[in-house]
Design a protein around this ligand. Structure first.
Ligand SMILES: [Cu+2]
Length: 286
């Protein structure tokens, strides 16, 4: 049942978030899920609200009733009752049951987050620096590059003038590129101070600790460009070290990887042209 609901959340969010996942104006909920894990997190959030909202309303109602019904003018001689066994049993067992109903799916979710369903096919190392990210593809011939915030002055030169797709303060010069539907492991660490690697649409967030390696994993189910940010206060430019992950098809990834070994900016530009060309064709065909 939980899986079905989680899957339906994933599907409906796929339909609404056509191109990428990023924060939107006046957003109060999660970004659309791009992984099954994030869909499970979103399901659990909805599930807890079914407890929190009725409890809040019940307490509010009881308070309002007591304030009105037992106000001094209406109730000049207060009751001196101090014990009621039935009520005490109810208000002990009730919360215990509620906590059990919350704890069981919560621990299940936590276990799922720490248990990748399959062996990772791609391993990336993300190293936080003041104030950018280094990425290393741990593959046969490893490649690595630095990914920094895209300054407005560089937009034109890098062909990223579309502020919808490349938002200010979230767009980067070199995106991480990963193939779709591929189990990806991210080894997270830092070179100087504490940072945190967070990608909301993937449901991952991990502290980046100097001298330690933390591990998170994701399997992005939908192609697109996804944005996250450093999520640990790391110094004056903490707000200026975004994370951008581009999920592409297997072939696009292979082409990019081959080209990136020789010329990373060129490979990124070629990939962008390919992805954006594809998006235009798709919208023209609608
Ligand atoms: Cu940081």
């Amino acid at each position: 049942m939980k899986r079905i609901i989680a899957a339906s959340i994933a599907v409906s969010s796929c339909l609404s978030g056509a191109y990428a996942a990023q924060p939107t104006d006046w957003q109060t909920r999660f970004q659309p899920a791009a992984t099954d894990m994030m869909a499970q997190i979103a399901w659990f959030e909805q599930y807890t609200l079914w407890f929190i909202n009725p409890i809040t309303l019940l307490v509010l109602g009881l308070l309002a009733y007591c304030i009105f019904r037992f106000r001094a003018s209406n109730n000049p001689t207060p009751s001196r009752t101090s014990h009621n066994t039935v009520i005490e049993v109810i208000w002990t067992i009730g919360p215990v049951l509620i906590l059990l109903l919350l704890a069981i799916p919560s621990f299940q979710l936590l276990t799922n987050q720490y248990t990748p369903p399959e062996e990772a096919k791609l391993t990336l190392k993300a190293t936080g620096n003041q104030w950018n990210w280094d990425y290393e593809y741990q593959i046969e011939e490893p490649i690595s590059f630095t990914s920094s915030l895209l300054p407005d002055a560089d937009r034109a030169a890098s062909g990223k003038e579309d502020r919808g797709a490349y938002p200010r303060l979230l767009a980067v010069d070199n995106e991480v590129v990963v193939p779709v539907n591929t189990m990806t492991r991210v080894l997270v660490t830092a070179a100087d101070v504490l940072h945190a690697f967070a990608m909301p649409a993937f449901g991952i967030k991990s502290d980046a600790v100097p001298g330690r390696i933390n591990e998170v994993w994701f399997k992005a189910e939908k192609e697109g460009l996804y944005y996250g940010q450093c999520s640990e206060l790391c110094g004056k430019d903490h707000a200026y070290m975004p994370i951008a992950i581009r999920v592409v098809s297997d072939e696009q990834y292979q082409t990019w990887l081959t080209a990136a070994r020789a010329d990373l900016p060129g490979a990124n530009r070629a990939l962008m042209a390919q992805v954006e060309g594809g998006a235009k064709l798709a919208s023209a065909g609608q």
